[in-house]
Design a protein around this ligand. Structure first.
Ligand SMILES: Nc1ncnc2c1ncn2[C@@H]1O[C@H](COP(=O)(O)OP(=O)(O)OP(=O)(O)O)[C@@H](O)[C@H]1O
Ligand SMILES: C[C@@](O)(CCO)CC(=O)[O-]
Ligand SMILES: [Mg+2]
Length: 405
């Protein structure tokens, strides 16, 4: 395909999309090895604005990580050789990734975070171009309320936004926002397509993702995820969760690889731990369902015990961190129960609150954790998945960033 040789149809208007981050209640890491995980969408989102250009250039701005890049379409066009249009989506090959990394010139750039985000964008842009026959000249800005690389699914929210916008621009899926609407969602079939492409972005960023994070980013709400099967949890009670960001940097890719190594080294020791984590997810799902009909306090004691047991398991598989231990200790001193969430190794922890946990206890927990240098806040969960927006309908601070101000 030549840069000017447009075969498919372009949408050719400004698109604004958003996708939520997530909290994994139970099942992180085990889910990579075919076990079940329970995850819920967060009220913190990633936003993307994409506008057409008429100068044959592509601009990419990622203000959270300080990326500002542009390319000419004629520079990108030769890379399409590495992206044959396949009807079936296949994982990125090492050759494709090496070629994109070399092209992006990120080898001597400012580091892994920038490299990975740029290569994930180029990978999705080029594979969707190869599929649709459209190589659009556009400018994109992606900005997130989520901390980057902290266990709250920032990579998946980034991939879901890119997939939804690029697939819409190249008319692989429709763009759902009609005239006069402030918010719209894609059809179930289109969400399925967006989710599959977002998984490709996650494969570039994570190496070997399970797909749970992009599933939550796409579908929102609360779900059980196992081996690609997504089951919405329809009767989840309103859970109160305190989130703590230890601010210890870590990489999901490295942590997932570390667990795999341990599993290969000690299969007879590690496999039972993963089986136990799977049982915790199932037990938790049963308790959450029972709570929909009966809100007695006894259910909370079980949920708290499950949190404690899983935190120990996650330590055993090697994804704990002294900062996460401090969160568990500081909250335990107040009678609260915490575990890491996401890939661990630093990043975020969740603390389960009861409906009647007094505000004074929450305030003390926030104060104690802040004194450790952590960021800590009570959060809402279960928000919507990927959405299309009219820009003026978004919060003023988001509009400002998306307008590049
Ligand atoms: N807003 C963003 N802008 C640009 N790149 C982003 C953004 N959010 C995430 N990324 C990319 O995703 C990478 C972080 O992904 P990683 O999977 O390690 O963390 P996470 O997704 O936040 O946590 P987890 O996978 O445990 O939920 C960053 O290094 C960056 O390349
Ligand atoms: C650690 C992990 O289980 C969750 C990261 O949010 C990785 C994955 O499922 O892809
Ligand atoms: Mg991630």
């Amino acid at each position: 395909m030549e840069a000017g040789d447009i075969q498919g149809e372009m949408l050719n208007k400004t698109l604004v999309v958003s996708a939520p981050g997530k909290v994994i209640l139970h099942g992180e890491h085990a889910v990579v090895h075919g076990k079940a995980a329970l995850a819920v969408a967060l009220n913190l989102r990633t936003f993307l604005r994409m506008s057409p250009r008429d100068d044959g250039k592509i601009f990419l701005q990622l203000p959270n990580i300080g990326v500002k890049l542009w390319w000419d379409l004629v520079q990108l066009q030769p890379l399409l050789d590495a992206f044959p249009d396949r009807t079936e989506l296949k994982p990125p090959t090492p050759e494709q990734l090496a070629r994109l990394k070399e092209f992006a010139g990120t080898a001597d750039g400012p580091g892994e975070i920038h490299d990975v985000a740029t290569v994930a964008f180029l990978y999705l842009y080029l594979s969707i171009a190869a599929k649709s026959g459209v190589l659009p000249s556009v400018e994109l800005l992606v900005w997130s309320e989520l901390p980057t690389g902290a266990g709250l699914g920032s990579s998946a929210a980034y991939s879901v936004c890119l997939a939804a916008a690029l697939l819409s621009e190249c008319s692989v899926v429709g763009y759902p926002l009609g005239e006069g609407q402030s918010l719209a969602r894609w059809t179930e079939e289109e969400l399925d397509v967006i989710n599959k492409w977002a998984f490709q972005g996650e494969q570039v960023i994570h190496g070997n993702p399970s797909g749970v994070d992009n599933a939550v980013g796409t579908w929102g709400g609360a779900l059980r995820y196992q081996s690609g099967k997504i089951t919405p949890l329809k009767r989840v009670p309103t859970l109160r969760i305190l989130l703590t960001n230890t601010k210890v940097p870590r990489s999901t890719k490295a942590l997932v690889a570390g667990v795999r190594e341990k599993l290969l080294k000690f299969p007879a020791i590690m496999e039972p731990v993963l089986i136990s984590i799977d049982a915790i997810s199932r037990e938790c799902e049963g308790v959450l369902e029972a709570m929909a009909d009966d809100s007695s306090q006894g259910h909370y004691s079980v949920l708290e015990e499950l949190v404690d047991i899983n935190q120990h398991h996650l330590d055993v598989i090697g994804v704990g961190h002294p900062a996460l231990d401090r969160v568990c200790q500081a909250t335990a001193a107040l009678g609260l129960h915490s575990k890491l969430t996401g890939a661990g190794g630093g990043g975020c922890a969740i603390t389960l609150l009861r409906p009647d946990t007094p505000p004074s206890v929450v305030e003390t927990a926030v104060r104690d954790l802040s004194r450790c240098g952590f960021a800590c806040w009570e959060t809402d969960i279960g928000g919507p998945g990927v959405c299309a927006h009219a820009l003026p309908s978004l919060k003023a601070d988001v509009v400002k960033v998306l307008n590049g101000i």
